[in-house]
Design a protein around this ligand. Structure first.
Ligand SMILES: [Zn+2]
Length: 590
């Protein structure tokens, strides 16, 4: 519901709205997401998008599933199904994970759409016409039975350096040396004796070294990036080589040149088409809205601001390869912020689907609320260093922080206000302590907003939680549930102050905890949306249709101190969070 008359008291209009692109890395369509994935690309991106919308920015959050490449054809072959069927199934499960997590994508599409094919080919041709693509012959590894290329890591053989019998085509796990598949002694396909055939094949290469100096200067100018991001990127730029952007494969975007286009065995390399997804998804979003040029406000304007959000294994795609493509193809807006997380481990080990060392998003959300997972990932996740997921810590954070601090503050404030006044009480004269607390919580909005803009999520969240503790201490000192028996006006004033603080804290928590913040918003008597949720729609294109995540998320500018009005009716409150190791327990109300 949109804010109607009488509800718009906290909605401000912004004359010059900040234009923000949120670009979460594209999940690879090879299976459902685990929490080690979503802590990198998903939840931090959604927190940024929700914060920017709440401060009135025009936000475009655009991404989708990355569906090409040999790992897809290899897995599909193993199951005996076409790649299309394989990615359809995985796109559906990833969409489900992301919607349940509350990810407010303006568009979450796929790299198998006709639009994405067009945009990718268009970018390829722009680079080709400017002389940045060169054809070269090289040796490639093929499966003689199917004629398909074999990815390096699906080739095994004896290590030429240490003699280890099961070295892979990309590296030897025994001695740690990087290898080329042609180095292996007795190369064969992984998990079988099937032979590997090496033959000469022609490919296009992207002339990355042509951008070396420009990239070095550009990366060097970004002292706002996290230290790991700058370090990896500058190291990578020091040693640039031309990079293959076509592949011997029958699954992918066709190469848009005569002699190549109709060759079913040559396609554009998946790394190249996947990064172009940010642009193609933005173009698709504009088409879906019926404003086909709207994407240009983000991509052709120097004034927009672009955040790319990912795990650290993806950094150089976003700081080197994608910027080089954008520089080469024309006058596009380059990345401004690279928000790269470190790794989340599980009991000290890396998450690994193949080794069964994994916690799927779906399994967590079948048992726990999305806000409990989002909170854990943002407060205890690998924002600045690798961290370890443990269930004990998940339960402790939920019970001590969400339930006992923030949930308890909300519950005792609302229960006492509702029970004694059934509305926001009319305040009497305020004490110095009342004024100081209100001012401090209002100022926290500014600090939390500043931290969020700089993607310092844990600072923002810790500060909001510390403010909630402060308001709890205030209530414990003032004890309005006792004062009400002797001084109704004073009790009303204290509860009014606490309600205003809760309303401000709700705004600060909303980007992190959208589900509970929306319920709290309603418990404070508001009827509009502060934390909208995504929906799944079908988008028809040419003769086919595909699933997209999208939504109507505009909330107006709300990153302002609460203006909660005395007299507003308060509905019956309910607890915001559940305690975890026990049955649902009411937070203490006095
Ligand atoms: Zn070796």
């Amino acid at each position: 519901m949109r804010s109607g008359p009488g509800l718009a008291d906290t909605v401000h209009q912004v004359p010059d709205r900040r234009i923000v692109l949120i670009a979460p890395a594209w999940p690879y369509a090879n299976g459902p997401r685990h929490i080690g994935h979503v802590v990198g690309f998903a939840v931090p991106a959604d927190v940024l998008a929700r914060f920017e919308r709440l401060r009135g920015s025009r936000v475009l959050m655009a991404s989708g599933t990355d569906e090409h490449g040999t790992p897809i054809t290899y897995e599909a072959d193993k199951e005996g199904i076409p790649p299309r069927e394989f990615v359809d199934r995985n796109n559906a499960s990833i969409v489900d994970d992301l919607v349940r997590l509350g990810m407010t994508y303006d568009i979450f599409t796929r790299t198998t759409t006709a639009n994405h094919y067009r945009v990718t080919q268009d970018m390829f041709l722009k680079l080709y016409e400017k002389g940045y693509l060169v054809a070269h012959k090289q040796m490639g590894a093929f499966d003689p039975a199917s004629g398909r290329t074999l990815p390096d890591r699906y080739i095994e053989g004896k290590c030429p350096i240490c003699g280890y019998p099961d070295a892979r085509g990309d590296q030897c796990d025994n001695c740690g040396n990087q290898l080329d598949p042609t180095d292996l002694i007795n190369p064969h396909q992984r998990g079988s004796d099937a032979p590997v055939e090496f033959r000469e094949t022609e490919h296009f290469f992207f002339d990355l070294p042509a951008f070396g100096e420009r990239l070095k200067t550009w990366i060097g100018s970004h002292d706002n990036w996290r230290p790991n991001v700058r370090k990896y990127s500058l190291e990578f730029v020091r040693n640039l080589k031309p990079r293959a952007i076509t592949r011997d494969l029958d699954w992918g975007v066709p190469v848009p040149l005569p002699g190549w286009e109709d060759n079913p065995a040559k396609k554009i390399y998946v790394w190249f088409d996947a990064v172009i997804g940010y642009l193609s998804a933005s173009i698709e979003w504009a088409m879906q809205r019926g404003e086909p040029d709207a994407w240009k406000d983000w991509w052709e304007s120097p004034d927009s601001h672009h955040y790319y959000v990912m795990g650290k294994d993806n950094i150089t795609f976003h700081t080197v390869l994608w910027p080089a493509i954008l520089m080469g193809a024309g006058d596009f807006h380059l990345p401004d912020d690279i928000v790269a997380s470190e790794f989340l481990h599980m009991e000290g080990k890396k998450f690994s689907t193949s080794r069964g060392q994994v916690i799927y998003v779906k399994d967590v959300l079948d048992r726990y609320d999305a806000d409990a997972l989002r909170y854990y990932l943002m407060i205890a996740g690998p924002e600045n260093q690798d961290t370890d997921f443990t269930w004990d810590e998940f339960v402790r954070r939920n019970n001590d922080e969400l339930v006992a601090t923030w949930g308890n503050l909300v519950h005792r404030t609302l229960v006492n206000a509702h029970r004694n006044f059934a509305a926001v009480p009319e305040p009497g004269a305020m004490t110095a302590a009342d004024e100081t607390l209100l001012l401090e919580v209002e100022k926290a909005l500014e600090y939390v907003g500043q931290q969020l803009q700089e993607a310092r999520f844990q600072n923002a969240l810790k500060h909001a939680m510390a403010m909630a503790s402060k308001v709890n201490v205030y209530l414990g000192t003032e004890q309005p549930w006792h004062t009400i028996k002797t001084d109704r006006e004073r009790a009303g004033t204290v509860l009014y102050v606490a309600l205003r603080c809760v309303d401000n804290l709700k705004t600060m928590f909303a980007p992190f905890l959208p589900f509970s913040s929306q319920r709290l918003h309603a418990m404070l008597g508001y009827e509009d949306l502060i934390a909208p949720q995504p929906e799944v729609r079908q988008f028809a294109e040419d003769a086919t249709a595909h699933t997209v995540i999208t939504g109507d998320y505009e909330s107006g500018d709300r990153w302002h101190p609460s203006e909660l009005r005395p007299g507003r009716k308060l509905p019956n409150p309910e607890p915001l969070f559940k305690r975890l190791d026990e049955v649902v327990e009411e937070a203490p109300s006095s």
